[in-house]
Design a protein around this ligand. Sequence first.
Ligand SMILES: Nc1ncnc2c1ncn2[C@@H]1O[C@H](COP(=O)(O)OP(=O)(O)OP(=O)(O)O)[C@@H](O)[C@H]1O
Length: 398
Amino acid sequence: MGGPFDDLTETVFADKTVLTESYQPETILERDEEIEAYSHALQDVLFGRTPENIFVYGKAGLGKTAVTKYMLEELREEVPTRESADNLHTHTANCNGRTLFMVVRNLVNRLLPDHASPFPERGLGTGDAFDELYRQFDRIGGTHLVVFDEIDHLEDANTLLYELPRARANGHITDAKVGVIGISNDYTFRQTLSPKVKDTLMETEISFSPYDAAELRTILDHRADHAFVDGVCDTSAIAKAAALAAQDMGNARQALDLLRVGAELAEQNGETPVTDAHIETARERVQRGRVTNKIRDQTEHAQYILEAIANLQTSGEVPARSKEIQRTYEQVADSHAASPLSTLKSIQDHLSDLHMLGFLRRHEQNKGLSGGQYYEYELDLDPALVLETRTEIAKHTE
Ligand SMILES: Nc1ncnc2c1ncn2[C@@H]1O[C@H](COP(=O)(O)OP(=O)(O)OP(=O)(O)O)[C@@H](O)[C@H]1O
């Protein structure tokens, strides 16, 4: 009798990591203008001057993080060759799901000397964390570039972006020089910043636009060369992945996902080469994955509301009014041992956000003078997918 792996004799991948999210490309393709703008903005570092503050924006998967990492790496290599440059220290903080205190505290902990005890989680405030951060910058000296990724998720971005770039001018730092790089995929974030902050942060803005099919094709071709065993992937399959992603949002992550998942399907089915048909099938899987991630990005209570509507939908009780959704939501929150939001208004606010984000379909009901006007909601996606995702998340968090 054969073993379970007997049929799997061939692989299409020479190096699969090249197609995964964690892989940092050595070469950045099709972003020459952005790289040039970045180089200009960073050149002060090479002359020992205070770096400009940089704000990078553009939608998901357009290379903001990859280009930023690449630029910092290049800069770190260049600095030791320049006499005029101070020592360079780079730090990256992800702001998603964190408070300002957590972000600053985290930075402090990474800067503290090995033997020092970590900055306390409780008892001290954000101001204290900033003071400690400044002390550490000065203790270490040199130039510090701090990248704040997904900065639009930070509620107190104004405070951070007001404090840090001015720390030297305000006498909080004397020896070190600090530059801030903010990354955001929300264009409207800029409007939420106070005018005072805009003045400092907007020294350089670099905007990333969606890739077209030809650009995605260049990126994929290059990766495919390293990722696949020779000849196992049709060139038309690569073009297909590029074209599908370009039609959608011009997102390089999506293009890479389509190619990787398409190749996985071909491998699982023992069907080489990877063809257009594999990429087409991959599209469904990748889309499913995207929806799952979008659900994960929602706040805890927004997720309970989605779960509640999915339950109502499964038992045929949609479209539902906000009051009915609230009742089911309370049961859902209860089942996760969470205390539910108490007002109907807060549920309605969540519902309108979820509608705006494309999770819900909304129907306006007008019952004239007697019944009044109200909205009814149902999911605009498969309820089973919501429930599966929720079960998966709950497994890891409860
Ligand atoms: N120009 C490029 N050349 C090579 N690889 C690229 C390029 N642009 C993007 N990629 C790859 O595409 C994926 C997504 O890019 P990246 O994470 O930099 O996007 P992002 O704009 O930071 O998106 P998000 O806002 O979602 O974090 C990564 O795997 C990255 O390596």
